[in-house]
Design a protein around this ligand. Structure first.
Ligand code: ZN
Length: 291
């Protein structure tokens, strides 16, 4: 990377940024629990969210909640001088001001609070489809036949996540599968993404570039996804989510949950023996739930 000689030599993170990022993460986790119809741990999450809200100054608290109510994402990273919430290229002076960290700044277009990530680029994912390809619809906008694994050979949570992440890398959907594994496990540490009926939704939010991408893996014997749960997981949706697609992800999650609440749709997925069959079942069963 070429450094601009007049750019600040180092970044100073505003003292509230980490709290706000953590707060937003918990709010998103809560929305995910809602979208996947999981009602356990909600009070625990609400308490943590409230504790963080109480720890920030009233002015910031009000600002955060005002943006969050409207847009879900209230704080977003700057990526290559672009607001990753709305895609606006920010004035260089604003980027420098954010990097100096003296106060909190908002995007001049979407009003979200901006921060400068310490490590960048965080995780680059490639474009899911070439521009010349026809517009797809339904689940095919986020996934493809090449991301179907009807017979996961891994037998534990971490290895299954790794198997699906490496599949994304091997098929050219992301550049670095290993980094995705670490990030997905960090998310699992906050709260397991395993839901009822033997389904899990491990995921990585905040990737740069590319589109919302989903890989599906089936393990017929079942794996222990959540150490506190006795139910084994058979169906694993591994999802990579660019910052700008966070809200869309919640809709996808809700569509998948709605589809696979039904026993017969889950059985069809589990019965698929080849990637072709699995893809066909996924496309068919989600036809009305994922637009
Ligand atoms: Zn913006």
């Amino acid at each position: 990377m070429v450094t601009n000689p007049s750019s600040p030599s180092k970044n100073i993170t505003h003292p509230l940024v980490n709290t706000l990022v953590q707060l937003q993460e918990l709010i998103l986790v809560r929305s995910e629990q809602d979208a996947s119809m999981v009602d356990k741990h909600l009070s625990q999450l609400d308490n943590s969210i409230q504790a963080l809200l109480n720890s920030i100054p009233k002015e910031t608290h009000d600002l955060f909640q005002r943006i969050e109510k409207k847009d879900v994402l209230a704080i977003v990273p700057i990526s290559n001088n672009v607001c990753s919430g709305c895609g606006l290229t920010l004035p260089v002076s604003l980027v420098y001001a954010v990097r100096a960290g003296e106060k909190l700044y908002q995007c001049t277009n979407c009003a979200r609070i901006l921060y400068y990530p310490e490590v960048r680029p965080r995780r680059i994912s490639r474009k899911i489809h070439g521009r010349s390809e026809p517009r797809r619809s339904g689940i095919a906008r986020f996934s493809s036949l090449s991301l179907m694994t009807p017979n996961l050979h891994s037998t534990d949570r971490d290895k299954v996540i790794e198997e699906l992440a490496m599949k994304m890398e091997a098929e050219g959907f992301v550049d670095n599968g290993t980094k995705l594994v670490d990030a997905a496990l960090e998310r699992e540490a906050i709260m397991s993404t395993a839901v009822e009926h033997g389904i899990a939704f491990p995921h990585v939010r905040g990737v740069e570039g590319g589109g919302l991408t989903l890989a599906l893996g089936i393990n017929r014997k079942g794996i222990k996804f959540d150490s506190a749960e006795r139910t084994l997981t058979h169906i694993v949706f591994f999802i990579v989510i660019p910052t700008a697609a966070s809200v869309f992800y919640l809709r996808l999650l809700s569509g998948l949950t709605q589809t696979f609440l039904k026993k017969d749709t889950r059985e069809k997925l589990i019965a698929a023996q080849t990637p072709e069959e699995l893809w066909q079942v996924l496309v068919k069963t989600t036809r009305t739930t994922i637009k």
